[in-house]
Each structure stands twice: as structure tokens, then as C-alpha cells.
Design a protein around this ligand. Structure first.
Ligand code: UDP
Length: 176
């Protein structure tokens, strides 16, 4: 769906239920996060409740480094550390905001609110930047539009019930 809408991704084809073929990329060590509604670490960091709908999405970067606990990072820091050029940063931001619009519409179509998500990008041998990540309830916060029921990894993180059931609900709605 994203490819059809002009997003360049690493995806080539699905081979079977558990495998897919993807283009080889070098992953940029950045966690790129969009938030449409306050939740998780945002709510904690700024001492606000979850569920505040933002007028505009927020774009956020973390440095992907487990030893350092994936610290929050701004554009200048990413450029200073040589992780991306200014041009690459601009492209990543523009692409991510477009992905957000596409995914928000997609999930709205199945009665699900896209609260926030994390994606990663990589560069191919020609230096093109490709979206190179999964998009799933593991990496997105997804709430039922009507009931606000959580259908994502927060079920596990917060011990709210059966994780698989939540994921299955998302899959069932996607499959119609
Ligand atoms: N996220 C992720 N991997 C990470 C960190 C975050 O996929 O290592 C996703 C998470 O599922 C949520 C969004 O990024 O959809 C924002 O997460 P947040 O910063 O609120 O952190 P959390 O509350 O998950 O610790």
C-alpha cells in the first residue's frame, strides 16, 4: 500500500506466512517516531495524560543504541554525529509524515486510531533511503476508534490481557 502511494520501501515480496524478501540496506541507527496522540514515553516525559489529540503530528528521533537506552535526539545531533546528512534528515522527515497520513487513513478505514508508531530507514547500495521496518501492533499504538481498546503491544507491556487476541482483531479487520 505504501509503495503504491510513492513510499520507497525495502519490501520485495512475501514468500510464505513468516518470510519475506527484502532489499539489502544499511540501517540508519535512528528510531523515527510520529505521534498523533499523547501516550507512552511522551506522556511520561512531559507529565501529561494519555489521549491528548495533537493539532499536528510530532516528529521525533531517538539514537538507536541499547547501551545508552535509545536517547532522544534532535536534527543537529544526528547531523553532528554523522548519522545522516541534512538532506537525508529532511527526506526522512517528509517521508515519515507522508507515511503517517497514509497509515492514519488506512487504519481509520478499519475503525482503528493510529496513536503513534516507530519506523526505521536504511540506505541501499546507491544511497537511496528506504523505509526498512515492520509496521505492526508491535511498533504502532493502535486504539479502537469507538471503545479506545488497546490493540497493540501495550496489552503486553501493561498486562492488560491476551496480546494475540488484540493483534488478531487488527488482522481480522485488515482482511475484512
Ligand atoms: N516503539 C517501538 N520500538 C521501540 C520504542 C518505541 O516500536 O524501541 C514504538 C512504540 O510501540 C510506540 C511508539 O514507538 O508505538 C512510541 O513509543 P514511546 O516512545 O511512547 O515508548 P514506550 O512507551 O513504548 O516505551
Amino acid at each position: 500500500m505504501l509503495e503504491e502511494n510513492g513510499i520507497h520501501t525495502h519490501y520485495i515480496e512475501t514468500l510464505n506466512e513468516t518470510d519475506m524478501r527484502a532489499k539489502k540496506v544499511t540501517i540508519l541507527p535512528l528510531e523515527v517516531i510520529i505521534r498523533n496522540i499523547s501516550a507512552g514515553s511522551f506522556a511520561k516525559r512531559y507529565g501529561v495524560e494519555e489521549g491528548i489529540e495533537f493539532k499536528e503530528p510530532t516528529f521525533e528521533l531517538s539514537y538507536k543504541n541499547d547501551d545508552l537506552g535509545d536517547p532522544l535526539m534532535n536534527e543537529d545531533h544526528a547531523v553532528a554525529l554523522g548519522l545522516v546528512t541534512r538532506e537525508q534528515y529532511d527526506e526522512i522527515k517528509k517521508t515519515t509524515l507522508k507515511i503517517n497520513e497514509l497509515l492514519k487513513d488506512f487504519f481509520h478505514g478499519i475503525g482503528v486510531t493510529l496513536v503513534d508508531f516507530k519506523i526505521e530507514f536504511g540506505t541501499d547500495k546507491d544511497g537511496n533511503i528506504l523505509l526498512a521496518d515492520e509496521i505492526s501492533p508491535d511498533t504502532c499504538r493502535l486504539w479502537d476508534e469507538k471503545t479506545k481498546e488497546k490493540l497493540d503491544k501495550d496489552i503486553f507491556r501493561r498486562d492488560l490481557g491476551n496480546l494475540t487476541e488484540g493483534y488478531q482483531k487488527v488482522l481480522d479487520r485488515i482482511r475484512g
